[in-house]
Design a binder for this molecule. Sequence first.
Ligand code: NDP
Length: 389
Amino acid sequence: MSARTISIFGATGSVGTSTLDLVRRDRDAYDVQALTANDDIEGLAKLACEFGAKLAVIADEDRYDDLKAALSGTNIGIAAGKDALCEAAGLDPDWTMAAIVGCAGLEPVMAAIEKGKTVALANKESLVSAGALMMAAVKHSGATLLPVDSEHNALFQCLSGGRIEEVRRLILTASGGPFRDWTLEEMCSVTPDQAVAHPNWDMGAKISVDSATMMNKGLELIEAYHLFAVGEERIDILVHPQSVVHSMVEYKDCSTLAQLGPTDMKVPIASALAWPARIETGCGALDLAAIGRLDFEAPDELRFPALRLARAALRRGGTAPATLNAANEIAVAAFLQGRIGFLDIAALVERVLDAADIAEPAGLQDIFTVDRDIRARTSELVGDFSRGD
Ligand code: NDP
């Protein structure tokens, strides 16, 4: 069988490197086309050489010469800049992993979708910001969109034996993050180091903070709404601290199907990479006897207001989810830089959302405009919060 052509957007990140770990297990099965990064020249060059990529793309335009130097003496193509990311989709691989973090991944993922092949979607922020437009593009191009987020991949697997019209509820599980048991008072003094130390998952910094605020689950609610047409009111969130059950589908006959697995992103990535087949991941299988018990509890929207904000943004519709996402990206970055407190993240997002004009986006350009304006507005407000407002 001929090798499958693949590209990985965000190759140097947590999801990107886990994807390449799987590729490494069966090198001959894959022909690596494009690998991309933001500014990690060394990491990108190393991966491009190891996997014999056709093209290495660095998003930061100013780093072109550095990448060129790092790949001198190889026949790997080099490109830099945001447009080059989209052009990389033009290599038209059979399978693309969309694992850039944040709304920066939106244009490349749309370019990949327009090619009509298979796109494995980890970059939840792009779907949150432009969900309706992205799903319309999927329909138009005939692309296959496979969810990589562990919860959505779990739902996708649980739905494979049933019909969407027969679903009563989708149940997204949430670990509750590192502060699940903390009081609001204790959460006031959370540091970035504490917030990125997720109890179950090893992930990039931004998504780890999103898990700690539970904004991640809010973004996932919006993601699920677009991926699975059951309606927002049929999507529930359930805290499950062990992160063994990755999500569940309740059917109208009251049968509930759950997908369980180890807390290693290689499992959902492998599911998307091999779909509809299955491949070895090298992960340790679940030992349920050793785990012993599985706990579940309702989420607390008082301590984790991000959940309420995300659902409200989804109900408000239009550009509200893009506004939520852009404000959150800036707030998380400000928190990681030590400029605002942990609880300020949701407070800042709420203030921006309350003041935002929400409209129906006519196209991607409207989403980019909202994204740019909301980032600027949120950045201005960071100063107020850092002064203790
Ligand atoms: P990381 O921060 O680990 O990696 C992000 C990747 O995107 C890196 O390759 C980075 O390059 C690149 N990148 C960052 N900013 C830009 C930019 N402005 N333009 C182009 N490329 C950029 O993130 P994760 O791998 O953790 O997450 C990736 C996506 O997957 C996110 O949307 C996240 O929500 C989602 N996800 C992640 C999970 C996880 O377990 N990590 C689980 C489920 C979903 P560089 O290295 O040069 O900075």
